[in-house]
Design a protein around this ligand. Structure first.
Ligand code: NAI
Length: 289
């Protein structure tokens, strides 16, 4: 199969690695050449690490790298059997992308979005053939996380979500079907998890490091809520919170916080910018609980 990935940021690069490792030809596109080059270098580094750890043979890593075809021209997607979009979480931008994409791909090409929170029905509504559109929602980092949510839109043809679920399973993932509701399964449960942690902070109940420590050491979570938000990125996470809140008709359970909004506005996106709830700049000391 030939699989196109649009957007080569955190998610697009990870998804490209997953499908290339599954043996598919990958066309990878980003509007920023620098991001595209960084993604290809990052995938190579990740494959090298797997070889170092003995999890992948050097031959398999070389074969995987050969399957990756970075491009800046959407016309190169003409031969794709499936295209997964992982661009900015913005409905209008995603709709525009699918309009352009449909002018390039064949009629049987499956179109998919990795959106975290947008309604798939609303993205599909921009397509000429919305029946071949589906949500494939990976988790970060895509090569590591097993779970993938597969979400049919109301327009999706009967049986396609199941076909896609089986395809994703063949890539070594554990896909589950979910309905097209805001945040699907995990992001819906995660909103109050983050929101309540921020409320604890705002009320002065405990500091960031203490809350994270309590939830990892005592609660059994792999990452605390603040470390996780910094990892995901406040640009992405804040937008998802806003979008889920709006989509649930402003249900206060999903209300965004000013604390996160200010981090977002300041460009303190977390690990990717060196600053979020924690300071990741060189020499900065991590606070103790
Ligand atoms: P990112 O900001 O790391 O990457 C997005 C990339 O898309 C950027 O490199 C940008 O240059 C590119 N881009 C934006 N508009 C474009 C366009 N019109 N054409 C081509 N390239 C374009 O974002 P990230 O984190 O990879 O998220 C991407 C999508 O995946 C979003 O919809 C997000 O909600 C979703 N997602 C994010 C997760 C996360 O933990 N970060 C987890 C699961 C889904």
């Amino acid at each position: 199969m030939t699989i196109g990935i649009i957007g080569s940021g955190a998610m697009g690069a990870g998804i490209a690695q997953v499908v290339a490792q599954a043996g598919h030809t990958v066309r990878l596109l980003d509007q920023h050449m620098g991001t595209l080059q960084k993604a290809v270098a990052g995938i190579q580094k990740s494959l090298d690490k797997l070889v170092e750890k003995g999890k992948l043979s050097a031959e398999a890593a070389a074969a995987t790298a050969k399957l990756l075809h970075p491009t800046s021209d959407i016309h190169d997607f003409a031969d794709c059997d499936l295209v997964i979009e992982a661009i900015v979480e913005d409905l209008a931008v995603k709709q525009q992308l699918f309009r352009e994409l449909e002018m390039v791909v064949g009629p049987d090409c499956i179109l998919a979005s990795n959106t975290s929170s947008l309604s798939l029905a609303s993205i599909a509504a921009a397509c000429k053939r919305p029946e071949r559109f589906v949500g494939i929602h990976f988790f970060n980092p895509a090569p590591v996380m097993q779970l993938v949510e597969v979400i049919p839109a109301v327009q999706t043809r009967a049986g396609l979500a199941e076909e896609v679920r089986d395809m994703v399973a063949s890539w070594g993932k554990r896909p589950v079907l979910a309905k097209d509701t805001p945040g699907f399964i995990v992001n819906r449960v995660a909103r109050p998890f983050y929101g309540e942690a921020i409320r604890l902070l705002e009320e002065g109940v405990a500091d960031v490091a203490t809350i994270d420590w309590a939830l990892t050491e005592l609660g059994g979570f792999r990452m605390g809520p603040f470390a996780l938000m910094d990892f995901i990125g406040h640009d992405v996470n804040y937008r998802v919170t806003e979008s889920v809140f709006t989509a649930f008709f402003f249900d206060p359970r999903f209300k965004p916080s000013f604390t996160q909004k200010r981090l977002f506005e300041a460009g303190y996106f977390g690990r990717k910018t060196g600053r979020g709830f924690y300071d990741y700049t060189e020499g900065a000391a991590m606070p103790e609980p």
